[in-house]
Design a binder for this molecule. Structure first.
Ligand SMILES: [Zn+2]
Length: 346
């Protein structure tokens, strides 16, 4: 099998690196005859909020759709995903086969009865949510909770969210929480969840607390902005203003989060898959520096998920560009190479 060697300036430091893939580990020890790839190096991209295989409620999941979705991720330079919610329990090859990204996941979404998409996820009354969350986190390391849903609904009570966090942390897991309401976001921050997904309408005054307690924000900007023309074209209804005004405020909230030192995670949420570059551009357009926008989609997200970057001993992932993507985000559309588990997959 061809051994891959990568050489070039690596982000985040911009320092020169020269590494060989010894199986799925980077090493500085030279291997004769290695296939040299040169350019600007990132330790692989990360999509931290994606639901491959979704938009089908079938259980078990359609493995062909799931694998096709994952191929789109790999093709865009993504070597690691986090799935905060899946249509069902994923097959054993998910996150492991040579042609699909590494993956962490929360299994099926967890929501209250009557909330969220009909037929999706596992359901309980509020008092039953901590049991479901702890059991899921024990299986896969994460639990995903829908804390609020429609604009006029109440949110999962903060006491329940606190209990979920305590129970999930007790089994060594982490909690991701969906929120698009001011009060639901405040409850999630109050409860000390590990990541706030979307965070639309979040009170910016809570950002410093999020930074201090290590609650990450996945703003999913691009997918929310993509909904604007569709929602704008509809007749007026109460949720229309809630959505449009929330999306309008979201870029400045996201930039303020970066400013406050909140860990930002880049996530694309829905179909089509493989659009992480669009989210990086949306973060940059919001006023996040290109360095920090790339961090949210690469080294910073990897660190948050427990995966080191381009260094000796680290898992052998990389994405290679012809030029510094910080000065030219269009580079993201044209990676020279994608290396996953020490193998060139693009
Ligand atoms: Zn989602």
């Amino acid at each position: 099998m061809t051994v891959i060697r990568v050489r070039g300036r690596a982000l985040p430091s911009g320092e020169q690196v020269d590494l060989y893939a010894d199986g799925d580990r980077w090493t500085p020890d030279p291997v004769a005859g290695a296939d040299l790839i040169e350019g600007w190096l990132l330790p692989g991209l990360v999509d931290a909020h994606t639901h491959p295989g979704a938009e089908q409620i079938a259980d078990p999941m359609d493995e062909k759709i799931l694998r096709d979705d994952l191929h789109r991720h790999v093709d865009s330079g993504v070597t690691l995903i986090r799935s905060p919610g899946l249509p069902g329990d994923p097959p054993p090859w998910f996150g492991h086969d040579p042609d699909v990204p590494r993956a962490v996941h929360a299994g099926p979404w967890i929501a209250r009865h009557g909330e969220f998409f009909d037929g999706w996820g596992r359901r309980a009354d509020p008092d039953g949510l901590p049991d479901l969350a702890a059991a899921q986190a024990a299986r896969s390391g994460w639990a995903k909770i829908i804390a609020d849903w429609r604009d006029a609904d109440d949110h999962v009570p903060v006491a329940v969210l606190r209990e979920i966090v305590a129970r999930v942390h007790a089994v060594g897991g982490r909690v991701a929480v969906h929120s698009q309401q001011r009060s639901g976001g405040a409850a999630a921050v109050e409860a000390g969840v590990d990541s706030l997904e979307h965070g639309m309408w979040l009170d910016p005054a809570l950002l410093h607390r999020m930074a201090a307690q290590g609650t990450a924000l996945t703003p999913t900007l691009a997918v929310m902005q993509a909904g604007v023309p569709i929602v704008s074209a509809r007749e007026d209804y109460p949720a229309k203003r809630w959505y449009l005004d929330g999306v309008a405020a979201h870029p400045s909230l996201t930039a303020a989060a970066a400013e406050a030192g909140v860990t930002l995670l880049a996530g694309t949420d829905s179909r089509p898959h493989g659009t992480i570059a669009a989210e990086v551009r949306a973060l940059a357009a919001a006023g996040v520096s290109t360095h920090d926008a790339l961090a949210a989609a690469s080294w910073s997200a990897r660190a948050y998920l427990g995966m080191p970057g381009l260094e000796p001993g680290a898992p052998a992932d990389a994405v290679v560009y012809a030029a510094d993507p910080r000065t030219d985000l269009a580079q993201l559309d044209h990676p020279l190479a994608v290396i996953l588990r020490g193998v060139r997959v693009r």
